[in-house]
Design a protein. Structure first.
Length: 202
C-alpha cells in the first residue's frame, strides 16, 4: 500500500419484518377512540404498520503514512425508516393546526380526549425515522513493532424522531410522552447521541 490509496465502498440493507399483531388488535383500526372504555391502562398497536428497515453505507480510504503508519479515514451513514414510535399515553387532548402552529384548547382542562372513557393508552406506531452520519479516523502503529497501539476518533451525529423502543421516556434525558400526532415536532438529536468519541488501545 506504500504510496497508493485504496478505496472501499460497501452498502448494507437490513430489513426487519413488522410485528404480527393479534386479529382483534388489527381489526380495531387506527382510531384510538375504538379502544376499550375502561379506566385501566390499555395498549394500542398500529393495526397495519409499515415495514421497518435500516439502510447502512460507508466509504473508506486507506493509506500508509511515512514511517509505515497505517491510516484509515472513513464515512459511515445510516437511515432508519418506519421505526417504532412509542408513547406512554396517546389519549391526550389534541391541538388544532393553525397558520401560527399548533394551539391547544384554553383554559387548561377544557379540551376533550379522543377516548374520554379510557385511562392511559400506551401506544405503538411505526412512524419513526432516524439518521446517522459520522467521520471516522483510525491510526495504527506499524506492523512488526513491539509496541502496538491503535487510536480512533469519531465525529458523528445521530438524529431521530424518538430514541426509545420500549417507552417514550426510556432515557433520562428523553421526553416522557412524545407528541405522536406529528413526529416532526420531536425530530432532533438522539437521546444517546455522542458527537465526539476518542479511543486509544495498546
Amino acid at each position: 500500500m506504500d504510496g497508493k490509496a485504496c478505496f472501499r465502498v460497501s452498502a448494507i440493507l437490513l430489513i426487519c419484518a413488522p410485528l404480527f399483531l393479534p386479529r382483534n388488535v388489527r381489526a380495531g383500526g387506527r382510531k384510538l377512540a375504538q379502544a376499550s372504555t375502561t379506566a385501566d391502562r390499555q395498549a394500542y398497536f398500529e393495526p397495519h404498520p409499515h415495514r421497518n428497515y435500516v439502510m447502512q453505507w460507508n466509504l473508506t480510504v486507506q493509506r500508509t503514512l511515512p514511517l509505515g503508519i497505517p491510516m484509515q479515514l472513513g464515512y459511515v451513514g445510516s437511515r432508519g425508516v418506519h421505526n417504532i414510535f412509542r408513547v406512554t399515553d396517546a389519549d391526550i387532548v389534541l391541538p388544532t393546526l393553525t397558520p401560527r402552529g399548533y394551539l391547544w384548547p384554553s383554559p387548561a382542562g377544557s379540551g376533550t380526549r379522543p377516548n374520554p372513557n379510557a385511562g392511559n393508552i400506551n401506544a405503538s406506531f411505526w412512524e419513526g425515522d432516524s439518521y446517522y452520519d459520522a467521520l471516522v479516523l483510525q491510526v495504527q502503529s506499524p506492523v512488526g513493532q513491539r509496541f502496538q497501539a491503535t487510536g480512533s476518533y469519531t465525529f458523528g451525529k445521530s438524529i431521530d424522531t424518538s430514541s426509545g423502543s420500549i417507552g417514550g421516556g426510556e432515557y433520562s434525558n428523553a421526553i416522557t410522552n412524545p407528541l405522536w400526532f406529528d413526529t416532526r415536532l420531536t425530530r432532533g438529536l438522539s437521546d444517546f447521541n455522542i458527537q465526539f468519541a476518542l479511543r486509544i488501545s495498546f
